[in-house]
Design a protein around this ligand. Structure first.
Ligand SMILES: C[S@@+](CC[C@H](N)C(=O)[O-])C[C@H]1O[C@@H](n2cnc3c(N)ncnc32)[C@H](O)[C@@H]1O
Ligand code: SF4
Length: 467
């Protein structure tokens, strides 16, 4: 569907029915408005899915390389630690069952990769260590963060963890290491859900997680709780109970993702958690927004912060980020690239003093603008003059059309100097970002499949991720 036909479609569903609605009684009016919103969000989801899977096409026939350092723009360093004590069925991140020897060897390779970026002249303002579970071996984490601080001008350190690591000795050490933001994967406090996602035994029951969060509070600038909504067996009462607990605890920040299912996790998710539908996603999101909105502000469409805290998603705060570690994805100076997903190959390449790049793609100017547009608006606002200045005062006609379209359907409003998401625009951006992460997850899933980590033909990835 072209953009023009989309406009015609949007106009027909958003403008024409409005005049009819005026004659409807309130309940029917609300139903009709909801139907309209559902149609638009499904369509936007479909378009986003198509566009993002196209964007995940990588170049073949040339050895991927990093772009030269072009400016002093603040960039983020993302370090991936792909080990977990238990693997959750819904997760598409590059992750392996924890083995101490393998993990130590990996950390040592990761430090080699960090030194290579330093030698190439890169500098970073912040570091985000994600996983997997970066807090499995704290001596390795500490040595790695020390190196990062010696190499770059780091002002903020974010680390992800699981609730079973929030015990006094580990917490003591984590705050001594100088972590500003600790992000804890909770997903839900409901024991049945935790059991269904195989987290209950290893990462703790709902009651245990509450206790551990209480112990961690106040030790870091920001304590973030990662939650998931729209589990097939979740109902509004269960969601309300999760909200009650979080509001009672008063954690600094809550990131509440919609459950995202990639092609290769679908079967396992359906078997363990049930078939995931989108029918109730908006209602769940609205409830989260309504209840957290009273005490939290938006850091992004799905991240709620209690005070002036750091932001959740590294892609929102920084325009660019380097992705280090096996299976990491980075975006530097318009080049999107991925590291090998194969652990042995990752270590081997670094032993040879080479970057472990597997694939790269240079975005066209149009794609760069649209990427910025989507990511900036994910933080709920986009500074118009900054975007114009970045692109020499010219936005592409397609980007203007997108702005007009989203304005027409009531997802955006302009309030000098920013474009801002409206209440319903926030949900639309949840849909768009769900599709963005699902496209990235599909790409990851395919790369993770055995034997495809090293020198796989990229045309294969493209075929698979574009079906
Ligand atoms: C990738 S994990 C890494 C940190 C830690 N291992 C954990 O489990 O939280 C970070 C967060 O991503 C979110 N996540 C992972 N896979 C997801 C999916 N398929 N759908 C929605 N959220 C997901 C979860 O909320 C999870 O806590
Ligand atoms: S959600 Fe966290 S603990 Fe579970 S598999 Fe993914 S990275 Fe590991």
């Amino acid at each position: 569907m072209t953009t023009i036909s989309l406009i015609i479609f949007f106009r027909s569903v958003s403008v024409f029915p409005l005049s009819e609605e005026g004659r409807l009684p309130p309940v029917q009016k609300e139903k009709s408005a909801n139907r309209k919103i559902n149609v638009i969000s499904s369509l936007v989801g479909y378009m986003a899915r198509r566009n993002f899977s196209r964007v995940m096409r990588f170049e073949e026939g040339q050895r991927p390389s990093l772009p030269a350092v072009s400016s002093g723009e603040p960039r983020l360093l993302y370090l991936h630690v792909p080990f977990c004590e238990r693997l959750c069925p819904y997760c598409s991140f590059n992750r392996f069952v924890f083995e101490e020897g393998r993990c130590r060897e990996y950390f040592s390779a990761l430090r080699k990769e960090i030194r290579l970026y330093k030698e190439k002249g890169y500098n970073f303002g912040g570091v985000y260590v994600g996983g997997g579970t970066p807090t499995l071996l704290l001596d390795e984490l500490e040595e790695t963060l020390d190196l990062v601080r010696r190499c770059f001008s780091i002002r903020e350190v974010s680390v992800e963890t699981n609730p079973n690591h929030l015990v006094p000795e580990r917490l003591e050490r984590l705050s001594r290491i100088g972590i500003n933001r600790l992000s804890v994967g909770i997903q839900s406090f409901n024991d049945d859900l935790l059991k269904a996602m195989d987290r209950y035994d290893k990462y703790g029951s709902g009651a245990e997680i509450v206790e551990r969060l209480q112990q961690a509070q106040g030790r870091f600038d920001t304590l973030n709780a990662d939650m998931i909504f729209n589990f097939p067996s979740q109902d509004m009462a269960m969601l309300d109970r999760d909200l009650d607990i979080l509001l009672d605890l008063g954690v600094d920040q809550v990131t509440w993702y919609p459950l995202m299912v990639s092609d290769s996790t679908r079967q396992l998710v359906t078997r363990t958690l049930g078939a995931v539908g989108k029918g109730r996603e908006k209602a769940f999101y609205e409830r989260i927004r309504e209840r957290l909105g009273r005490e939290y502000r938006f850091s992004s469409a799905w991240c709620f912060s209690r005070k002036g805290t750091m932001i959740d998603e590294y892609i929102v705060d920084y325009d660019e980020y380097a992705g280090l570690g096996s299976g990491s994805i980075g975006y530097l100076d318009g080049v999107c690239y991925a590291n090998t997903f194969d652990l042995a190959e990752y270590c081997r390449r670094l032993d040879r003093g080479e970057l472990p790049l597997m694939a790269a793609r240079t975005f066209t100017l149009e794609e760069r603008m649209r990427y910025d547009f989507v990511m900036k608006l994910f933080s709920t606002k986009l500074n118009h003059s900054q975007l114009m200045a970045k692109y020499g005062g010219h936005l592409s006609p397609r980007l203007w059309l997108d702005l007009i379209l989203f304005r027409l359907v009531g997802a955006l409003r302009y309030s000098e100097p920013d474009w801002r998401l409206t209440k319903w625009g926030c949900y639309l951006w949840v849909v768009i970002m769900r599709e963005f992460f699902t496209a990235v997850n599909n790409f990851r899933d395919f790369c993770r499949a055995e034997g495809r980590g090293a020198d796989m033909p990229l045309s294969k990835i493209q075929e698979q991720t574009h079906e």
